[in-house]
Structures are given as C-alpha cells and as structure tokens.
Design a protein around this ligand. Structure first.
Ligand SMILES: Cc1cc2nc3c(=O)[nH]c(=O)nc-3n(C[C@H](O)[C@H](O)[C@H](O)COP(=O)(O)OP(=O)(O)OC[C@H]3O[C@@H](n4cnc5c(N)ncnc54)[C@H](O)[C@@H]3O)c2cc1C
Length: 345
C-alpha cells in the first residue's frame, strides 16, 4: 500500500493540514509521541483570527485561569518596567493540540508513532516508524514535514537553516497564595539572555521559562530565578522542568518550504516569530497554504509563492526583535512608557 501523502507530526501545523485535505487524497498523519511541549501556551490574536476564519470556536476546557490582559515587562538588569495591554488567550497547550487533532476527518488515517529514518525512492519515500514498540515501514508519494524545530524531514533532505540556535528551558511551580496580579510577565536581562523570559500563571501553577544561548543554559536560568526573587517573586520547589531547541530566524535563509514532493510547514519550515517566539498562527497558516497548493499542478512552486507574505512578515519582525533585544533601545522604551498602559491604583 502506498499513500498519496504522509504528514509527519501532529502539532498545530500537521493537524490543520490533515483537517483541510481533499477527500480524494489517501493520507496518513503520524502524530509523534504525544510528549508535553515546552511552550508558553498563549494563543495570539493572529491565531485567534485564523481560527475564526476556519469557523472554529475554542472550548472552555482548553483555556486555563486566569485570562490576563496585561503583561508586566521588567528589565531585570536596569529594574525598569512598564505594563502593556495584551489580548492573548491563556491555554493548556496539550489540550489545544488535542482539540486541533479532533478536526481531522475519518477519511484521513492517523497513527501514534515516531519516524526514525526516511529514504528517497524513485517513486516517493520510505519511512521507518516506531509504533507500539515495533518498527513499521510506510510508503508515500508526497511527504510533509510538520515535525517541529528538530524536523527529521528537513534534516534528511535539506541543509541546516541559517538561524540563531537557542535553547528554551522552563519550570512549573505550585502557585503561591500570595501571588499578586498581574501574573503574566515578560522578562529581559542582558547578562543571562539575548532573548526573553516569562512567568505565566496557569491555574494552580506558575510557569517560569526563558530562551537562552546554548552555553550554560541551566546556570543562566537559575541566575534569572534569583534575580526574580530579588524583585519579589516567590518560587516553591519545581514540579516539572522541560526544554527544547529553538531556531530563531535571522534572514531569508532561515526558512525552508521544501521542494519536489517534500513540503515543510510550521516550525519545521522555520516559521516562528524572532521577537515573541509565537508560532501557532504560522503553523496553521502555512498548513492552510499547503492544502491550497496541493490542489494546483505545481504544489511546490505554489506553496513557496503563497508563503511569501508569511516569510516577509517574519523578516519584518526581525526589526522588532532588534529593538526588543537591544538593551539600550529597550531601556528607552520602558522609560518612556511608549505604548504602555498606566495602571489605576
Ligand atoms: C519556549 C517556547 C514557548 C512558546 N510559546 C508559544 C506561545 O505561547 N504561543 C505560540 O503561539 N507559540 C509559542 N511557541 C511556538 C510554538 O510552540 C510552535 O511554533 C508551534 O507549536 C509550531 O507548531 P508545529 O505544528 O509546526 O510544531 P510542533 O507543535 O512542535 O509539533 C510537531 C509535532 O511533530 C511531532 N514529531 C516530531 N518529530 C517527529 C517524528 N520524528 N516522528 C513523528 N512525529 C514527530 C511532535 O511530537 C509534535 O507533535 C513557543 C515556542 C517555544 C520554544
């Protein structure tokens, strides 16, 4: 048996694509191992708008208390801070991914498994996949990598992306009773990080995480934790720690859409914001563009064209990232309170 299309990865990109494929395509989605993702679990306005276009309404059990409308932004080095209005939705990330998978129609086959190798054949591809402890071989004519930043599909067929390689690390803590609102903070510290960190309350828990250079990640994280304590944050014993690789875009060559019968969507293609590290909206949009491109005679060319706006938008965000992550410009922005809100006592 040979599939027309196999999608590797059942995150927002793979799930969106599988839910939008034409009925006549014999497709399989390989979901992955279902491990928890290192993620802030915030649904951006762009992602909300895209869900609106798909006609999907988010069930309340995907959301988690509290819904926070302001982000307290603190520079841990200068101690300057400002509060900004934000309209993200606070979610349980795993519940969101499961909800996205629930839209996959019955005619698309899905399996839980991990692809460990891929071979190009004259007529398509041969995938070796570990499923229920055994190795299975799967043949397909077209292949979609929706398998996130570490994509095996991208690594097998394309050179490494020209990105800044960073590491995300975060810990979950029981929420302290004395926690004070607002419980959503964005943190900067030029000594320990070239990117940003965050604390977000999620129900009974508080998440503290950040994106750091690859060297001494854990040490940098712990140093930030100490600095946070010095500005009044309390952390009890962590309940869970998690981490992952982050590929921060830095040029046109930070993206790879694929070629011939191989397509990359979502973070596998490098689609993640270099400023906020928001990626769910790009995952869903790129999946939609691919579903439309697959209806055309030259899907590769069409997909590359359709994602031009998306790639340009990410490149524009590089300028925002330069301001946010420049200690001098950030200090100026926090001091002037530009676009900030003034809390009422
Ligand atoms: C620290 C951090 C915080 C973030 N916070 C946010 C946020 O708050 N809001 C937001 O919008 N974005 C956030 N992002 C970005 C967002 O998580 C990703 O951009 C988004 O999940 C990308 O979706 P995707 O479907 O492309 O990939 P993923 O969500 O990574 O899904 C890839 C899937 O592929 C599967 N897979 C991987 N390898 C294989 C394999 N070999 N075989 C089979 N399956 C495989 C995995 O199990 C996974 O399910 C954050 C990223 C980081 C690093």
């Amino acid at each position: 048996m040979i599939y027309d299309l196999v999608i590797v990865g059942g995150g927002p990109a793979g799930a969106t694509l599988a839910s939008l494929l034409n009925k006549n395509i014999k497709a399989l989605l390989i979901e992955g191992d279902g491990a928890e993702k290192t993620c802030g679990g915030l649904l951006s306005p762009d992602a909300q708008e895209f869900l609106a276009r798909l006609g999907r309404t988010l069930p309340s059990d995907v959301l988690v208390d509290p819904q926070i409308f302001s982000v307290r932004t603190i520079d841990l080095h200068t101690k300057k801070e400002c509060t900004y209005f934000r309209n993200y939705l606070n979610m349980r990330r795993k519940a969101f991914d499961d909800w996205m998978l629930s839209f996959i129609p019955a005619h698309i086959e899905t399996i839980k498994g991990v692809v460990n190798s891929i071979e190009a054949l004259p007529s398509g591809f041969l995938l070796t996949c570990r499923k229920d402890g055994t190795q299975t071989q799967i043949r397909t004519r077209k292949l979609v990598g929706a398998d996130g930043a570490g994509s095996i599909v991208r690594r097998t067929f394309f050179p490494p992306l020209e990105t800044e390689e960073l590491v995300a690390f975060q810990q979950w803590f029981p929420a302290s009773d004395e926690s004070q609102p607002p419980l959503y903070t964005a943190l900067f510290d030029k000594k320990t990080s070239t990117a940003c960190s965050w604390t977000i309350q999620k129900g009974e828990h508080v998440l503290f995480g950040g994106i750091f250079p690859k060297d001494h990640t854990r040490q940098r994280f712990e140093e930030q934790k100490e600095k946070l304590r010095s500005v009044g944050f309390e952390f009890r014993r962590p309940m869970r720690s998690e981490g992952c690789k982050v590929l921060k875009p830095r040029s046109q060559k930070s993206f790879q859409c694929g070629s011939h019968n191989i397509f990359l969507i979502g973070e596998a293609a490098g689609f993640i914001s270099p400023s906020s590290f928001e990626g769910i909206s790009y995952a869903m949009k790129s999946a939609y563009y691919l579903s439309e491109s697959l209806k055309t005679p030259n899907p590769s060319q069409s997909y590359f064209k359709m994602t031009t706006g998306l790639r340009n938008r990410l490149l524009l965000k590089l300028f925002k990232a330069r301001v946010m992550y420049s200690p001098m410009l950030r200090s100026l922005a926090l001091q002037t309170g530009l676009t900030g809100i003034s809390p009422i006592e």
